[in-house]
Structure formats: C-alpha cells, structure tokens
Ligand binder design. Sequence first.
Ligand code: ZN
Length: 202
Amino acid sequence: MPYLCCLLENATMMNMTPLGTKQLYCSQCSARLIVAMPSGDNKPRYVCSSCNTVFYENPKPVVGCVIEHAGKILLCKRSIEPRLGYWTVPAGFMELGETLQQAASRETLEEACANVALGPLLAIIDVPEAGQIHVFFRGTLPDGKFAAGEESLAVDLYAPEEIPWSDLAFRSVYIALKQYLVQKAAGKEWVHTDIALKNRES
Ligand code: ZN
C-alpha cells in the first residue's frame, strides 16, 4: 500500500496539513482527493484517490516596492479585503511567467497607476503563518504621476513623519517601511531579512 491514507474529512489529518487550503477534487481526473502521506514523504498532502497525483502546497511569493518621490513615500489605501481601508505599499502575488521585478512594476501600475523605476532589493520577509514570502524593492517615480487604481481607495505621498504606522495593512509593510527609513538615515543600503509573525506587535 503506497500511502498511509485517511479521508479528507478527518479533522486530525486536516489539522496536520500546513495551511489546509480546501481542495476536494483532482484537477487531473476529477476524482475525490484524500489527505495522505505519500511514501518517502514526511508531510500529509492532498492525493487523488484515483490517479494518485500528489498536490503539493508551497509558499507563494508576494512582491512590492517602497517608492520614494520628492522625499515622500507612496502609499495605497486598500479597496479590497483583506485589510480593506488600511494602507500598504504597492504589492501583490506574482503571476506565472513573471520575474520579481515585473511583478513589482505591474502591481505598482495596477494599484497606483504609476510607472516605477525599480531600484535594488530592500527586504525579504518570511510570512510563514500565511504561507508567503514578501519581497520588497526600492523604487522611484521618474514622472511623479500616480492615481488610485481599482484595488485602491486612495494613493498618496507621505512624508516619513506622516506615515500612518497604526493603519498599515500588513506587518511586512511595516517592516519594509521602517527598514527603508533606517537605511536612509544610515546613508547605506542593504537587503534586510526578517520574519513577520501575526502575533507580533507592530
Ligand atoms: Zn486524479
């Protein structure tokens, strides 16, 4: 028997899946999925009960940028969940076929209607509880133009002392913005690595 199988509905095994996105049916043959430990593996996976295809779940990269223009930082007020109404920097999930830089530029165009000139990497932040890795670049706005895209209620430039720290959408955005200002004050640039935990204080 190749798998130590157990049914999808088994709550104990469901809790053992790292993130437990609910997948019911096989995308290859449409048969019911089960949660099982493939032989030679050490984690429960979704496995097709008919064709035995294993569906691996892995962290997803989110890419964004901290954009400075005229001494201020570009922030977007989210018009979508999660964290509707809270402020973020332009960022979002990578699409297949994109590079990190292409994703950051696209998200900036979508959320802030802005053409960013990307600079070097600023931060790589693990978000293990969300199954994500957040990557932030530095950026500037050569033409200074921006506007609220469909996913934003508002887009504006904030001086460092005006940044709404308690109204930021995500812990990783807080870390990236803090790092940007720390490095600017230090007159040096480096790639900051960090871990954003949900229960950590902003
Ligand atoms: Zn199948």
